[in-house]
Design a protein around this ligand. Structure first.
Ligand code: GDP
Ligand code: MG
Length: 459
């Protein structure tokens, strides 16, 4: 999906004029990509109408303001971005567990959706953030369910509760939650059973457990590979056991993840995490804007910075350096060069590369590692071709301005760097844009109220 969407936007950026033909071609490709990913036909058609209307309105406004083609491209790109975000963002905030009180979470979903695995991943996630976290196995339906949870929990070093003899899931859930509550656990996660001989029995059981433990958040676990069936399934669950958040699992396979988007639209419930593998750490936070941004190859700067800090943790000196730069709100091209080298040395390039703006998101697939590595290398060649004063600048040194002080394009320096590095001026421009965005992030991050300081307080 990502590769195709990114390709469509690339075509837009190569077009010399933005006319109806170009926009229609973009919309056609966009819709084809969404349908291929199994997004509901009705949703796709609505999206098309909305993007079209928005683009037309914005272009008219841009025209009146004497807009250049480059500006119009931004207008179109923004309209596409906004509507895709709207697709995965129901506009409601999910519950967020807080330290210092008991937060009860309950997972529901059909058998095999990935509940037990996801419950353990979630437990690890919260435990790593300093919250005392416990798991309760309220699945007495599936043979070996308690053993499975026990095994997972032991591996993850998470305290657990369950029973081999008690057959009433409601009793186990109540006892488990009570036990952990008394012991002042911050997060208690209740895993439930998936299937009964009759569906109504399953729903009754869920309602009974829910009444017994009063969860702060019920999470519907949805297997991405069921495609469009996600909509009907989530509606059925919503009607009986109302849930407040969705986790989509198995997005690492050849799943048609788009169906899950239809579930979000149908139940107006936010996705909070994505499951991307069988291992304990294969859980990614979901946020609509960065998700779409990555999908379109526009990167996820904040995610990138968080990731860079994670890496820097294994090298305290580097972490201090980066933290200091961000705090001071300063970031030069040289700093970006250093970060690129760090990224090159960390492995798992394709995942990280998709966070950098201008990197095709399709790299997550086969051959993605090589492609990401090659692209990162070209970016480093560009910085290698720069002079000292250029590296120590914020990048404006490469830009020409008209008499009124408006930027009109890249100057001779940029052309020299492109030639010297065997790349194109376009790629130089991309790198400058990345460095500029990092500088923007640094500004946002710095100071006592910046998110840098907020993140440090959290650790
Ligand atoms: P439950 O019946 O809903 O509790 O589902 P389980 O947690 O037992 O998971 C069913 C199967 O799906 C197991 O083999 C898991 O390893 C696998 N699984 C769960 N989440 C993921 C995921 O995100 N990616 C992949 N590839 N497999 C997953
Ligand atoms: Mg299970």
């Amino acid at each position: 999906l990502g590769a195709r969407l990114h390709g469509a936007l690339n075509q837009l950026s190569r077009a010399s004029v933005v006319d109806d033909r170009v926009i229609d071609a973009l919309l056609k490709e966009l819709c084809a990509a969404l349908l291929e990913a199994d997004v509901n036909v009705k949703l796709v058609s609505q999206l098309r109408t909305k993007v079209k209307a928005k683009v037309k309105k914005s272009l008219d406004e841009a025209e009146k303001a004497g807009g250049r083609e480059a500006n119009k491209k931004n207008v179109v790109q923004k309209a596409v971005f906004d509507e895709l975000v709207a697709l995965v963002d129901p506009g409601t905030e999910p519950y967020k567990p807080v330290k210092g009180k008991t937060n009860v979470l309950m997972a529901v979903g059909i058998q095999g959706a990935g509940k037990t695995t996801t419950c353990t991943k979630l437990a690890v996630h919260y435990a790593r953030r300093g919250m005392k976290t416990g798991l309760v196995c309220a699945d007495t339906f599936r043979a070996g369910a308690f053993d499975q949870l026990k095994q997972n929990a032991t591996k993850a070093k998470i305290p657990f509760y369950g029973s081999y003899t008690e057959t009433d899931p409601v009793a186990i859930a109540s006892l488990g939650v009570e036990k952990f509550r008394k012991e002042r656990f911050d997060v208690i996660i209740v895993d439930t059973s998936g299937r009964h001989k009759q569906e109504s029995e399953l729903f009754e059981e869920m309602v009974a457990i829910s009444l017994a433990v009063s969860p702060d958040m019920t999470i519907m676990v949805l297997d991405a590979s069921i495609g469009q069936a996600a909509e009907g399934q989530s509606r059925a669950f919503k009607d009986s056991a109302d849930f407040g958040a969705i986790i989509v699992t198995k997005l690492d396979g050849h799943a048609k993840g788009g169906g899950a988007i239809s579930a979000v639209a149908a139940t107006k419930t936010p996705i909070i995490f994505l499951g991307t593998g069988e291992h304990l750490h294969d859980l990614e936070k979901f946020n609509p804007q960065p998700f779409v941004s990555k999908l379109l190859g526009m990167g996820d700067m904040q995610g990138l910075v968080e990731h860079m800090q994670d890496i820097a943790r294994s090298n305290p000196d580097r972490q201090k350096d980066l933290a200091k730069k961000l705090e001071q709100g300063k970031f030069t091209i040289r700093d970006w060069k250093d970060q690129l080298s760090n990224i090159m040395s960390m492995g798992s390039l394709s995942k990280i590369a998709s966070m950098i703006p201008g990197m095709p998101a399709g790299m997550l697939g086969e051959g993605g590692e090589e492609e990401a590595g090659a692209k990162l290398k070209r970016m480093i060649y560009i910085t290698d071709a720069m002079r000292q004063d250029e590296l120590d600048s914020d990048g404006l040194i490469f830009v020409s301005f008209d008499k009124a002080g408006n930027p009109i394009g890249l100057n001779r320096r940029a052309k020299r760097v492109a030639r010297g590095s065997g790349t194109s001026v376009r790629e130089v421009e991309e790198l400058l844009a990345q460095a500029r965005m990092m500088a923007g992030m640094a500004k946002q991050a710095g100071g006592a109220n910046g998110w840098m300081s907020a993140m440090q307080k959290m650790q």
